[in-house]
Design a protein. Sequence first.
Length: 314
Amino acid sequence: MNSSLGDAHLTAPTGPNGRLFTLGHGDYTARVATVGGALARLTWRGADLVLATDSEGDGTAYAPAYAGKVMAPWPNRLRDGRYPWAGADHRLPLTEPDTATALHGLVCWQEWRVASAAPDRVTLATDLWPQPGYPFRLGLAVDYALSEDGLRVTVDAVNLGDVPAPYGVAFHPYLRCGDGPLDECLADIPAARVVLTDSRGLPVREGAVDRHGLDLRGGVPLALIRADHAFTGFPDGGWQASLSRPGMPFRTTIASDTRWAQVFTADNIGRAGLAIEPMSCPADAFRSGAGLVTLAPGERHTLRARLWADPTTA
């Protein structure tokens, strides 16, 4: 890394955010937090595209509801924090006690180091060492790159151990379309299927979105929508979803090559944004096997996503 350049764009440590790295390119600006490898802010011409969590304040307020975090080596909930693997029963801490689940992996609150830096790009990296419940060693890196096409996010993982490891990953932005309540917005998510859940937020079965009041195709008002579900059944070749607000000159748009996207209306934080989370697998994949990646020693996995402002003519 060019250390002088990197240092010039990094804040001092700011409590739960770690350090904040500022990126810029054309109409876009972004801030990336070293804790959790997180996207802390993204703007286009000054308008927020995601829920901002980069306030330095008194250094005590951590990002709410995992906003902007990288979630690995599993996303969402793992039932009872338990899963079988290679003939053994593994148990993880229950990090969401109300649902008796292990939530969102093990790296959300780790400090990620700056591996490389430039005015419009930063790569953060962290190591996941064997521990009770997940006795595997992984190397992880997240790359944030700004261009005229918006922000590209790439999350890479490699198995640094000598045995196969179970793996899943997601990226957790809360989309915004400028200021104002989420209930004024429209969502366009081209998924035909949704994973139905029980009272603990754990998968029960898949169903058609139009049969369960969760058809968000074509621009659906969010005022009556409550969701915390994995959506799937996207057209071949990846997916693109957007959040728009009447009167705004752009749509906030996200695209990914993942098979699933978790959609969450953020009801526990005042509906502050719409989470559309690219996911390699749905909740409880360590137990169900749905979308689960088995990383052989030395094998890599990559998640790709892009966020941008799509100008409208409305």
